[in-house]
Ligand binder design. Structure first.
Ligand SMILES: Nc1ncnc2c1ncn2[C@@H]1O[C@H](COP(=O)(O)OP(=O)(O)OP(=O)(O)O)[C@@H](O)[C@H]1O
Ligand SMILES: [Mg+2]
Length: 408
């Protein structure tokens, strides 16, 4: 497997020599080749989203490159950085050592020297994988068309995530046109996302705890009642995401689908953006339009499709839908009008033991990068086995029960 890396090389002559040497050596996948030092936020987003095993940094501008080293090391403890430059005087070597940079690649980039450096970097990266100091699990939910079930999936996924051990989660309602989250979860807190946005740059724990509504291990921040003309500034959205990343393990964001500037910013910050669509042609058509728009904005790699209200009797089969979208459907969710309506009536999550509930729970586990089995399923299987052991003589009846319940 190729070792993924990012090259940051404003000195283009030297950088092209290095790239050529990489190519001749083989085994390295250069995921990005940047001709300029990136801005701080751009650098952090890039490492978060593509997770390179190492960064190759040109030292031609000492101030910029050392500022970048410090930024990346504080944001991603353990990140492997190799540097290159035309020359390296003793003072520079000392400064590199003080910054914990041990790998200097010297021109003319001879194969033996390069191979030795790369082996050390690979081993170090394996031993100490990049661990971001803040969570990477920020997920945006975007409707292809109003009424696709985006809010339903965002709420239920966030609740399901919060049920996993050590997974305090946040649901942010950023659909300023709707305010449905507050109604669906029957929340009585008057504070809204607008206040959070207004105070985002100076947020602290005391204020934050007043703004959110706890629902078990999930915190929810809802939006105002419909107030035309209000908006959130990009800087506010950015500061809000920076703050919540430090406080939670996972964050789900419900978006309106109107592609406001703050929504674009949130999607830039997200690990994935889920476009929620249904198997109807208009929904799929708009899903494709949104996908193309996001691709043009440089967000195409983050987009995944969720097919909601899916049933085996749908007119269009999954293959046809995927052909239409020109991309795979990441997951499907069952059409369960009764189950969703019941959850709405109760102000609770969709029953975890229903087909849709299990799909959502498994999805939440995937987003948290946890084991495939949902916590509720595990508990239930244990319980059934326990019953089976207790009532040995009734085994056939118990077997029938568990078969029908686990009809996945
Ligand atoms: N899997 C499902 N099975 C059956 N009904 C569903 C399912 N998912 C959502 N619904 C229903 O679809 C309707 C729209 O859902 P929801 O409000 O979540 O969509 P949305 O995409 O957020 O819409 P909007 O664009 O208005 O914000 C609701 O009545 C909801 O109960
Ligand atoms: Mg919605």
């Amino acid at each position: 497997m190729n070792l993924p890396c990012v090259v940051i090389g404003p000195d283009r002559v030297l950088t092209s020599q290095l790239l050529l040497a990489f190519k001749e050596l083989g085994g390295i996948a250069v995921l990005r080749d940047l001709a300029q030092y990136p801005q701080d936020r751009e650098a952090i987003r890039m490492v978060r989203s593509i997770a390179p095993k190492f960064i190759c940094l040109d030292l031609s501008d000492k101030d910029r490159s050392f500022a970048l080293i410090e930024l990346l090391q504080s944001e991603f403890p353990g990140i492997q950085i190799a540097v290159f430059n035309e020359t390296v005087e003793p003072q520079l070597l000392l400064k590199l050592m003080q910054h914990g940079i041990r790998e200097y690649i010297a021109p003319p980039f001879e194969a033996d020297q390069l191979a030795a450096v790369l082996i050390r970097l690979r081993d170090a990266a394996l031993k100490h994988p990049i661990t971001p100091s803040t969570t990477n699990f920020v997920y945006s939910f975007l409707p292809s068309k109003p009424g696709s079930g985006t809010t339903t999936l965002a709420i239920n996924t966030a609740v399901a995530m919060s049920k996993y051990p050590d997974a305090n989660s946040l649901l942010m309602d950023l659909d300023l046109n709707s305010g449905l989250v507050r109604f669906l979860l029957k929340l009585d807190n008057e504070h809204t996302i607008l206040e959070a946005a207004r105070h985002a740059t100076a947020m602290d724990e005391a204020l934050w705890s007043q703004l959110v509504c706890p629902v078990g291990n999930l915190d929810v921040i809802h939006t105002a009642r419909i107030t035309p003309g209000i908006r959130i500034e990009v800087e506010q959205a950015r500061a809000l995401i920076d703050y919540v990343r430090k406080q939670y393990k996972a964050i789900c964001v419900d978006l309106s689908g109107n592609m406001e500037r703050y929504s674009m910013e949130i999607m830039q910050e997200s690990k994935s953006t889920f476009i929620v669509c249904t198997p109807e042609i208009p929904s799929l058509h708009l899903a494709l339009e949104k996908f193309q728009f996001l691709k043009a904005e440089g967000l195409g790699e983050k987009v995944k499709f969720l097919l909601n209200r899916h049933s085996r009797s749908d007119l269009l089969q999954i293959e046809q839908i995927q052909n239409l979208l020109g991309a795979p459907v990441a997951l499907t969710f069952a059409n369960d009008y009764g189950g969703v309506s019941q959850a709405v009536a109760d102000g609770k999550q969709i029953a975890p033991n229903s087909e849709l509930g299990r799909q959502i729970s498994a999805f939440a586990g995937q987003l948290l990068e946890r084991a495939a089995t949902a916590p509720d399923d595990k508990a239930k299987k244990k319980e059934i086995r326990g019953f089976g052991e207790l009532f040995k003589f009734g085994a056939s009846r118990i077997a029938q029960l568990s078969d029908s319940e686990s009809n996945v």
